[in-house]
Design a protein around this ligand. Structure first.
Ligand code: MG
Length: 389
């Protein structure tokens, strides 16, 4: 199998910017960049991207400077994805645009914030971070003279929307179609999804050990990584814990990436897809792990769910975060005069259009855009009697 080296030849099944399905508002082609490079650049320059720096991945932003934030997580996903994209001959620019945007819609406090906001939004159509990412790039970013949002290409938007209920899909027109017709997105979109999984599974182990929430003894029993601890300790005995952990995380990323590249390479060969249209029509995703690795990764994820995400120290913060988000939502929804003037104007416009659902959506957009520290400060400003400004 010729997989070694770093070919930059683009395969026929890769997304081709010259054959893009285009932007919602047609624009002249960029002079020096491809359409997907332009998407990537627009994402990097948008304000939601900068705010990723102060949003939680697992640990709340102020808990320590060493932990991953959404921004560093995003960069790790892009880096892992680009390596694989290059080897498989996919479009790196599109892969990069999708990965850099994939978490833009996350609320403060990670999944805890999203769950709380979703509960608040239940009567008004719910809240889902993935749909919120699309809402940000399609509507909420205010940067360009001629349109709201970033006006990204169809291919980047398709990759950002990685899952979606059928009901929501029906509202999304062309973009939602594949969830109704059960077709696949581009290979770049499929890859972004799995690069995300590789990144968070491995860095959460690193952060969890560093925070003292997981122990090395415990990880020796864990699926996938248990064997890696044994291997590193056999090859290089008596390593200090930090180095031991890093070696294991390094091997984990490497093993998962290798499996992903090899399995996907053969899946693409077997399927004999000639272009992106055949990729989309193929009955299943072609970017995938081998069955044994997928099973082990699933077991590792449930191990982490039980031992890390449900750890009482994490859970305590989760519960506190939910109370903050819920209290903010209730206060703003009951009395929009508490919102800054620009948000009041947005709320009035959406409420005039959609009634209470519009009012709720404006509040949810505002809260979802907050960083962890801003949400905490806003909560203090609203509820702490000693904070008068
Ligand atoms: Mg992610």
């Amino acid at each position: 199998m010729v997989l070694l080296g770093t070919t930059i030849t683009r395969a026929p099944y890769a997304a081709d910017p010259a054959r893009s399905r285009g932007r919602r508002y047609p624009e002249p082609a960029p002079r020096f960049r491809s359409e997907f490079q332009r998407d990537r650049d627009r994402i990097i320059h948008c304000s939601a991207f900068r705010r990723l720096e102060y949003k939680t991945q697992v640990f709340v932003n102020h808990e320590g400077d060493l932990f991953r934030t959404r921004l560093t997580h995003t960069l790790e996903v892009a880096q892992i994805g680009r390596t694989v994209a290059r080897v498989l001959g996919l479009n790196e620019d599109l892969l990069e645009a999708i990965t850099l945007a994939h978490d833009l819609g996350h609320t403060p406090f990670g999944h805890a914030g999203q769950d709380a906001l979703n509960t608040c939004m239940k009567p008004y159509g719910g809240f889902e971070h993935n749909l919120q990412s699309i809402r940000i790039v399609d509507e909420l970013e205010e940067r360009y003279a001629d349109f709201a949002g970033l006006n990204l290409t169809f291919e980047t938007r398709e990759g950002i929307l990685k899952h979606c209920s059928r009901a929501k899909a029906a509202e999304l027109g062309e973009l939602g179609k594949r969830f109704l017709e059960r077709t696949q997105p581009s290979l770049e979109a499929q890859l972004a999804n799995l690069a995300d999984e590789i990144a968070y599974s491995s860095h959460d182990i690193d952060d969890g050990l560093r925070a003292g929430l997981l122990s090395i003894d415990q990880m020796r029993q864990a699926p996938l990584v248990g064997a890696l601890f044994a291997r590193v300790e056999r090859e290089t005995p008596a390593l200090p814990e930090r180095r031991l952990t890093y070696q294991v995380v390094r091997h984990l990323i490497n093993d998962l990436v290798t499996d992903l590249i090899e399995t996907s390479h053969w899946a693409i060969q077997d399927a004999q897809v000639a272009d992106i249209d055949e990729v989309r029509r193929h009955p299943e995703p072609l970017i995938r792990f081998s069955d044994p690795v997928r099973r082990e990764l699933r077991r590792l994820k449930s191990f982490l769910f039980r031992n890390l995400y449900r750890h009482h120290r994490v859970y305590r913060m989760v519960s506190k975060s939910k109370r903050i988000v819920t209290a903010l939502f209730e206060a703003f929804f009951a009395d929009p005069l508490l919102l800054p003037p620009q948000q009041q104007a947005r709320l009035a416009a959406l409420e005039a259009e959609q009634g209470p659902a519009g009012r709720a959506r404006a509040v949810a957009d505002y809260i979802a855009g907050m960083t962890d520290r801003f949400a905490i400060a806003e909560h203090q400003r609203l509820f702490d009697p000693l904070r008068l400004t």
